[in-house]
Ligand binder design. Structure first.
Ligand SMILES: *Cc1c(COP(=O)(O)O)cnc(C)c1O
Length: 413
């Protein structure tokens, strides 16, 4: 089918929750192809999902082998893939005595994390969770309430009780939000959806200290910044901080749906039989996919590649930003979770890049989020930088032509 036909069929039969423009039919490594055969450099990676690239042979083989052996049995029975994967995640996490619970998505992992914190606090009447403004935690009722953004909440009330908001990177604001009913603080080490905003160096250590003083839990949402995306296995490891528990999904299965809660010793035995469950969580098939992802990250030394390529990419992006100081504010992020921060809306630049054969993501209004796979090569970064540079020059010229005052570029927010 051609794009037009697919779009028409979708319009008739799918709820319009998304507004896609192109139809993608094939992927390999950092490349994807649309229904007309046009190739794109994929710097979205399914929003930080396909971290080892599209159709990585190791994952393809792992899934193929497993699908022929055993797909699903129910968690009423042992399946050896689960404890092996859990052991590996626990070891990489650095959380003492860590144990895992597997589920199917980021929202489901965070929902479980919230339940875990509430059950832990229930003996002492503590149930409130402090979350951050501009955060993102998912679209179920509890997780959209945890998400500190009106745009995901409007129209869905009444919202569940027990969520209190504070400002990210503002320890005083969190301290003010903590009360006698607070069970936990939930943060992203780096806010992805909120605009690629990393924790400031002193913020997470200060938050860990504050939670310890108050006797409450520190929970991290690692759904986007986990699994090597920031150059460490998990985002909080950039700050030498150990949370009480964290959630995973996105990059964990490289596109095969799987989420997880990883909990340290305080929380590892709180859920007992009957407290929490899932039909599909941690199937042999899902765990095989995730195990292949971990093996590839280790074997191909992708954490190192993420650091090296991230630094190289930032350097090139900064050069572009310098050339367009009037409307590009700068570059921020960690590893290969990067944001080109504009002083104008990001959508026109995203569109221009797509026309040129590169996928990037406009986020938080004025940020271009750049998420190449962790396998990305220097040649691919060079290609991306060339396309971004060209797109910026064209956009600059268009803005200058439209504006009576070239200094404002005619596109202020
Ligand atoms: C994407 C995301 C989620 C939600 O994950 P889903 O799999 O879409 O439910 C939660 N938290 C963060 C930080 C995310 O980026």
């Amino acid at each position: 089918m051609k794009t037009e036909e697919i779009a028409q069929l979708q319009k008739e039969h799918l709820m319009p929750t998304y507004a896609p423009g192109i139809a993608l039919v094939e992927g390999s490594g950092t490349s994807v192809w649309d229904a007309e055969g046009k190739e794109y450099l994929d710097f979205v990676s399914g929003i930080a999902v396909t971290n080892i690239g599209h159709c990585h042979p190791k994952m393809v083989h792992a899934v193929q082998d497993q699908v022929e052996t055993l797909v699903h049995v129910s968690n009423l029975y042992y399946n050896e893939k689960q404890p092996v994967l859990a052991k590996s995640l626990a070891e990489h996490s650095g959380l003492p005595g860590a144990k895992c619970f597997f589920c199917n998505s980021g929202a489901e992992a965070n929902e479980g994390l919230i339940k875990l914190a509430r059950l832990w606090g229930s003996k002492h009447g503590k149930y409130e969770i402090v979350t951050m403004r501009q955060s993102f935690h998912g679209r179920t009722l509890a997780t959209l309430t945890a998400t500190g953004q009106d745009k995901v909440q409007i129209g869905f009330g009444p919202l569940p009780e027990g969520f209190v908001y504070a400002n990210f990177n503002d320890i005083q604001s969190i301290e003010d939000a903590i009360g006698s009913k607070t069970a936990a603080v939930l943060v992203e080490a780096l806010q992805g959806e909120g605009g690629v905003i990393p924790s400031e160096p002193e913020f997470l250590p200060a938050l860990r200290k504050l939670c310890d003083e108050k006797g409450i839990l520190l929970l991290c949402d690692e759904v986007q910044c986990g699994m090597g995306r920031t150059g460490k296995w998990f985002g909080f490891q950039n700050y030498d901080v150990v949370p009480d528990a964290f959630s995973l999904a996105k990059g964990l299965g490289n596109g095969f749906p799987i989420g997880a809660i990883v909990a340290g010793e305080t929380l590892s035995d709180i859920f007992q039989p009957g407290h929490h469950a899932t039909t599909f969580g941690g199937t042999p098939l899902a765990c095989s996919a995730a195990q292949a992802v971990i093996d590839v990250i280790e074997e191909e030394e992708l954490l190192a590649n993420t650091m090296i390529m991230g630094a190289y990419f930032v350097e090139g992006l900064c050069e572009i930003a310098m050339k367009h100081k009037k409307w590009i504010a700068g570059v921020r992020g960690l590893g290969l979770l990067l944001g080109l921060v504009l002083d104008v809306p990001a959508a026109p630049l995203q569109k221009k890049l797509q026309e040129k054969g590169m996928l990037a993501l406009a986020t938080a209004g004025n940020v271009i989020r750049l998420l190449p796979p962790l396998t990305v090569s220097q040649e691919e970064i060079d290609k991306a930088l060339k396309l971004i540079g060209e797109a910026c020059v064209e956009l600059h010229d268009e803005m200058a032509a439209q504006s009576p005052n070239p200094c404002q570029c005619g596109m202020g927010e």
